[in-house]
Design a protein. Structure first.
Length: 255
């Protein structure tokens, strides 16, 4: 997968993307991420990429032409047309379901706004969808772009050691994750649950599901209710009565 981030602050993004799991994944070739400075595509001699907004209001608006030139250059860098996302507080709220969906796309182009936003004309021309982290406003789209990149990238093959590393986490299957424990076995008088030390895989899996349900019901009752609706209890199967004939005598106990 290739992810291109169009931003006014590529160094900010690179600092995060070069560390830890994502940094190792990029070096190993499991993930391709490029950060592009929108200022590199302006024709203004002062590298200006914004101007005053039309109408009544304060603040600067990012101009369409530098973004358009940046997008054209990035689009030509690979065969597939990128799926363009504008990080905006007006977008649909990002969640794990969306992260899974985006992880199946070969290319993403993440546009980071700044100041008062981006000229609507370029959004109408290139953007496929808008994504928000929530109902709050940030100074720019860099943090949301990094959050989307991180959430998507960790589901790509080779980024994490095993699929279970993300498939059993909060929100992936609609539930919050079960509690986690590590050494020491006893800390401050609090012990690790005995079932986790038993080595009995079936019991451990049952405990994890039970604890996930408890965590979700307590912390996110909305998710808990949605999970119950998606997993209705299965009716008990009625045992069929055997019909006995002369050729099929009933079972007799063995002595």
């Amino acid at each position: 997968m290739r992810i291109d981030i169009a931003t006014l602050f590529p160094e900010m993004c690179e600092a995060y993307l070069s560390e830890s799991i994502l940094g190792r994944a990029r070096k190993a070739g499991c993930l391709e991420v490029h950060c592009h400075n929108i200022r590199d595509y302006t024709l203004d001699k002062h590298n200006r990429v914004d101007d005053y907004s039309y109408g009544i209001g304060k603040g600067m608006v990012m101009q369409p032409d530098p973004i358009w030139r940046c997008y054209q250059a990035v689009e030509a860098m690979a065969q597939e047309k990128p799926w363009v996302i504008y990080l905006s507080p007006q977008g649909a709220q990002f969640n794990q379901k969306k992260a899974v969906e985006l992880s199946g796309r070969p290319r993403l182009f993440l546009l980071c706004g700044h100041y008062e936003g981006v000229d609507q004309r370029i959004l109408d021309k290139i953007v496929d969808e808008e994504i928000s982290l929530g109902d709050f406003v940030l100074t720019g789209g860099e943090l949301p772009a990094l959050a989307v990149t991180d959430a998507v990238a960790r589901m790509l093959p080779g980024v994490l050691p095993q699929e279970e590393c993300f498939a059993r986490e909060s929100h992936y299957d609609g539930l919050l994750e079960h509690p986690q424990y590590t050494h020491p076995r006893v800390w401050d008088g609090r012990e690790v649950p005995e079932v986790l030390l038993s080595g009995h895989h079936a019991n451990i899996e049952a405990w994890k599901l039970e604890e996930s349900l408890k965590q979700t019901q307590k912390k996110r009752p909305d998710l808990y209710q949605a999970w119950l609706e998606a997993h209705p209890p299965q009716p008990e199967k009625k045992r069929k009565k055997r019909k006995f004939t002369e050729k099929t005598p009933p079972d007799t106990p063995e002595f």
